[in-house]
Every structure is written in structure tokens, then in C-alpha cells.
Design a binder for this molecule. Structure first.
Ligand code: MN
Ligand code: MN
Length: 366
């Protein structure tokens, strides 16, 4: 953990910024190993060029931060107290008389909190910390990949449970509840996003909402789910058909599967990221479904379920060993149905490995 923190210290030294103030749950976790959801309360990490960092958190969580291994100063505060007063006291004990640049998460820091910082240092400019944090987080180390693999195995299990729960007349919510119940029994407290179970024409929306639609013969069934395990997310999509399948459904499924495989085959260090999207997209276009693939190929995956790299055709960055992302092409035909197949992928020395392993051959469930 200190290695990661040191990289931020080196970066602010290099840029000659006076400090960084990091306040998102995800980045604080990445840099401190302390994972907490503070709700509206202030959580923050001050990092300096030449002084020990300071963590700010509610006092009821100080013990958890210590348990997570944080050995430096902690400013704890209770709900009736104003943490910014304590922060001011603590910062003024340090030699920080002329502060010109404070790196912050511009995308995430609220304007109210930016104002608090500007009150402390009226002459300072707030500069973006994202460039560095995103660059650090985009390449995963071995320990992170190990957790992501275990998270992916639980996502596989979620699909297995969902497929086993399919029978005439069950609703999308029946199946969804069964999946989450079984995952909770395995110790999972949180899904990485709202689980999706969509039947028939409902699978024809890329981001449909599960409800009380009942399963019937000939339906596509789309599962999209993932878990949070030890602070890291998984994300899998599988589509099956119930009882019988027609030629059109087969063609859609095979097209999506081939597009997904083509993007997997192109996954290796040095490949332009945007090319993966184009490879899958061109294949889908050629089969006549170009207009029915309305989203990018995928997204980076880690502490956040959507992070860098963005797997969009416009991304000119190159794949690097240790990057983890999803490949999830889909074809959605309104009022008919849709297919998406999604795997979590890590770039290895020689190519790639899929973290999610649930089978992808078209399954007709009876
Ligand atoms: Mn997904
Ligand atoms: Mn996804």
C-alpha cells in the first residue's frame, strides 16, 4: 500500500504540487487499504511532498482504518463536529505557508468541499489528480488479479444459479432473488451493480429493468451480474434460450459470440484498445446488426465496476500487461429480444486470460 502512496508522493514532487486531497472511497481504498462508504460524511486523504500523509474519517471508523493497516495520522471527527476545523489545525502545524497547487479528483470532488479547501488556501489552484490515479489503477498487480479472479468465479456461480432456477412461469425477479440469495449465503454483501435478469423482449433493451415478466418458451434469458469481493468487482453477462430456439435467434447469438471471440483473440499487450471495439463492431455490422449494437465494447474493471481503460473505438491507448477489462458486445432488437456475452479479461505476458469462465455455447434450457 505504501508503494502506491509513494507513487503519488513522487508525482506531486515531480509536478511541484504542494499536496493532494483524495476523497473518493475507491481511491482512498487504493492508497490506504481502508474501504468504507462514508455516505455524506467526509472521508479524505492528504498527501504531501515531504511530510507524512493524513487520513480524515468519522471517529467511529478510526479503528477500522487502523485494522486496515493505516499507520499515519488520522483526524477523526464526530457527527456534531466540523472536520474542516480539525484539518485546518493539523495542516497549520506543518510548514505549508505557501500553497499554490492542490491536486484533487476534479470529476468527483463536490463544489462545497472544493470551497472548504479554497477557504484554507485562498491562493491555491486546484489541479486534476485523476490523470495519475487512473494511470496507477489501470494496471493491476498480482494480488489484485487474484481477488478479481475470485470475484469472477462468484459471478460464474451467480449465472449457474440463475440458469438452474429457470422454469415455466417464474418471473425475472424470482430468478434474480434466487441468485442474490445464494451469493449472500457465500458471504457476498454487495453486488457490483443492480443484477439484471431479462426475459424475451425485455432482453431487447441493453439496460432493461427486471420485473414480474414471466418466463415462457422461446424466450431469450439475459443475465448480467457481478459481485464486490474484498473491494473488487466482477461483471458477467450470459444469454440462454428457454425450451426452443428459432433460426433468427441462433443467428443473433452466433454473431455476438463470434464478435466477442474476435475481440478476445485480439487481446494482447500492444494492441490499440479502440481496435478491439472495431473488430467486434465490424463483424456485427457485416451480419446486418450494426444499428443494434448501441454501446462500446466494454470497460475497465477493478475497484470500480466501470473504470479505465474505456473499451471504445476512440481509445488510442495500447493494451498493457495487467490491464483488466470487459468484452461485452451485444445485439438488441426492440420488441424481439437481445443477446449480450460478457467476460472479464486480464492481459498477460503472452496474451490474455478470461477471469469469468461460464460456458458460452448457446444453451437451450429445458
Ligand atoms: Mn455487465
Ligand atoms: Mn460490463
Amino acid at each position: 500500500m505504501e508503494k502506491r502512496l509513494n507513487k503519488v508522493v513522487s508525482w506531486i514532487q515531480e509536478k511541484d504540487y504542494d499536496m493532494a486531497f483524495i476523497s473518493s472511497t475507491e481511491n482512498v481504498f487504493y492508497l490506504t487499504n481502508f474501504y468504507t462508504n462514508p455516505h455524506e460524511r467526509l472521508l479524505g486523504l492528504f498527501v504531501f511532498q515531504n511530510a507524512d500523509p493524513i487520513l480524515v474519517c468519522p471517529s467511529m471508523e478510526v479503528g477500522q482504518a487502523r485494522d486496515a493497516g493505516w499507520a499515519f495520522e488520522i483526524i477523526g471527527y464526530e457527527d456534531h463536529e466540523n472536520p474542516w476545523e480539525f484539518i485546518q489545525g493539523s495542516l497549520h502545524k506543518r510548514d505549508l505557508s505557501t500553497v499554490k497547487h492542490i491536486a484533487v479528483e476534479k470529476e468527483l470532488l463536490s463544489y462545497a468541499r472544493a470551497e472548504e479547501l479554497m477557504k484554507l488556501y485562498p491562493d491555491a489552484a486546484l489541479v486534476a489528480a485523476e490523470e495519475k490515479l487512473n494511470q496507477l489503477r489501470v494496471v493491476k498487480d498480482e494480488a489484485e488479479i487474484e481477488i478479481l479472479k475470485r470475484a469472477a468465479a462468484l459471478a460464474d456461480y451467480g449465472v449457474e444459479v440463475g440458469v438452474a432456477a429457470l422454469k415455466e412461469g417464474v418471473t425475472e425477479m424470482d430468478v434474480l432473488a434466487k441468485i442474490e440469495y445464494e451469493l449472500k449465503r457465500k458471504g457476498i454483501r454487495e453486488m457490483s451493480f443492480s443484477t439484471m435478469v431479462l426475459f424475451g423482449e425485455k432482453a431487447g433493451e441493453a439496460h432493461g429493468n427486471p420485473g414480474l415478466r414471466k418466463l415462457k418458451e422461446g424466450d431469450f434469458v439475459l443475465f448480467d451480474l457481478g459481485v464486490v469481493l474484498d473491494g473488487y468487482c466482477s461483471d458477467i453477462t450470459r444469454t440462454v434460450v428457454y425450451k426452443s430456439v428459432n433460426e433468427k435467434q441462433k443467428h443473433i447469438y452466433e454473431t455476438v459470440q463470434r464478435a466477442q471471440q474476435a475481440a478476445l483473440d485480439a487481446s494482447k499487450a500492444g494492441t490499440r484498445i479502440g481496435d478491439l471495439d472495431l473488430i467486434a463492431r465490424n463483424l456485427i455490422k457485416k451480419e446486418g446488426y450494426g444499428e443494434f449494437f448501441p454501446h462500446r465494447l466494454g470497460h475497465g474493471l477493478g475497484i470500480s465496476v466501470h473504470e479505465f481503460p474505456s473499451m471504445s473505438q476512440a481509445n488510442n491507448d495500447l493494451l498493457q500487461e495487467g490491464m483488466v477489462y470487459t468484452i461485452e458486445p451485444g445485439v438488441y432488437i426492440p420488441e424481439v429480444g437481445g443477446v449480450r456475452i460478457e467476460d472479464d479479461v486480464v492481459i498477460t505476458k503472452d496474451g490474455y486470460e478470461t477471469l469469468t469462465k461460464y460456458p458460452k455455447e448457446l444453451q437451450v434450457i429445458s
